[in-house]
Design a protein around this ligand. Structure first.
Ligand code: ADP
Ligand code: MG
Length: 331
């Protein structure tokens, strides 16, 4: 029963947005303070993610592209995963479905290095100039698998999905500066920018959420801070008067990871059931955190679902935490 066999690997790369998610999560894990994402043709022809994180030593570059090579777990720790990465397969998978170039430089080294992978075949490590940090460039996603390419949507729809995941990841990391740029004919145009927020956790989170969800949201939101049996719920939830006609402005995170989870969205809806009519949807950005042993993030690597050890407690915390805040505000 190896670590590998205990992990249901799943499909890592379904579309450009899933590649962007893996690359940005790697940059976050690397301790980056700024992450720049560039995309051309909805990510189909180019995805480039650059960070100023810890970098990868040149001798480790081939290893980083090898399947099941991760620097993030030691096997005994599989159920207590704290960082995003734990499968050690994202870069390998990306190198197999596109033309990937990994360029990196670590702080203590005065030179950087680069390695390319196309269709899963690794090239040689060569010297390359860059500042400290890592750039992963992925060109021609699915070029070798036209069948997969056909399942992609329009450039516009894929770009929308990329934009959505970059925003979600940025919400949970207010201390990191993000940009998302669209490259057309070699010209990059910034389509999303969030500067690093400073100050205490709440102030930084409020600033970042205001930047992404609009300051009218943060100005009309209740601060949520509740706890139950080892689970903590934090974030902001809008007053009922700020509800929407669709459930699209609900952002949920578990241990810093953006998730789409029926249990949690159901709990959010239930919390507002007495104060909202059925065709209205609450707006919220909620961060659930707990000991990693209390939640299984391995259920679906690419699908962002989670499984709580005790779903009743998670649901109860969301419902009671929100109802308490609504009641205090007179609702
Ligand atoms: P995982 O994130 O699951 O460990 P990946 O295939 O995504 O696996 O990455 C493989 C390894 O490459 C990581 O464990 C890490 O050591 C290194 N790596 C990948 N991206 C970066 C980055 N942006 N900065 C520093 N190291 C990185
Ligand atoms: Mg990773």
């Amino acid at each position: 029963d190896t670590v590998i066999s205990r992990i249901a690997a799943g499909e890592v790369v379904e579309r450009p947005a899933s590649a962007v998610k893996e690359l940005v999560e790697n940059a976050i894990d690397a301790g980056a303070t700024r992450i720049d994402v560039e995309v051309a043709d909805g990510g189909k022809s180019l995805i480039r993610v650059s960070d100023d994180g810890c970098g990868i030593p040149s001798e480790d570059l081939p290893l980083a592209l090898a399947r099941h090579a991760t620097s993030k777990i030691d096997g005994s720790d599989l159920l207590a995963i704290r960082s995003f990465g734990f499968r050690g397969e994202a870069l390998a998978a990306l190198g197999a479905v596109g033309r990937l170039t990994l360029t990196s430089r670590v702080m203590r080294c005065d030179a950087g290095a680069t390695i390319a992978s196309a269709g899963g075949t690794l090239g040689a490590v060569r010297p390359a100039a860059r500042g400290c940090g890592t750039t992963v460039e992925l060109r021609d996603l699915f070029y070798a698998t036209p069948a997969r390419l056909k399942f992609l949507r329009t450039d516009r729809a894929e770009m929308q999905a990329v934009s959505d995941i970059v925003r979600r990841l940025a919400m949970a990391e207010p201390g990191i500066a993000f940009t998302l740029s669209q490259v057309t004919d070699g010209e990059a145009r910034v389509s999303f920018r969030a500067d690093a927020e400073t100050g205490d956790l709440w102030g930084a989170l409020r600033g970042r959420l205001g930047r992404i969800m609009g300051s009218d949201f943060t100005e009309n939101a209740l601060a949520i801070d509740a706890e139950r049996e080892g689970l903590h719920l934090g974030g902001f939830a809008a007053l009922p008067t700020f509800s929407r006609g669709a459930a699209t402005h609900q952002y949920l995170f578990v241990n810093g990871r953006p998730v789409r989870d029926k249990l949690l969205t159901g709990a959010l809806r239930a919390a507002y059931s007495d104060v909202l009519s059925r065709d209205r949807h609450p707006v919220a950005a909620l961060f659930l955190s707990c000991d990693p042993e209390l939640v299984d993030v391995n259920v679906h690597p690419a699908k962002a679902e989670v499984r709580f050890r005790d779903p009743g407690t998670a649901r109860g915390l969301v419902v009671s935490g929100l109802r308490h805040a609504l009641a205090e505000a007179g609702h």
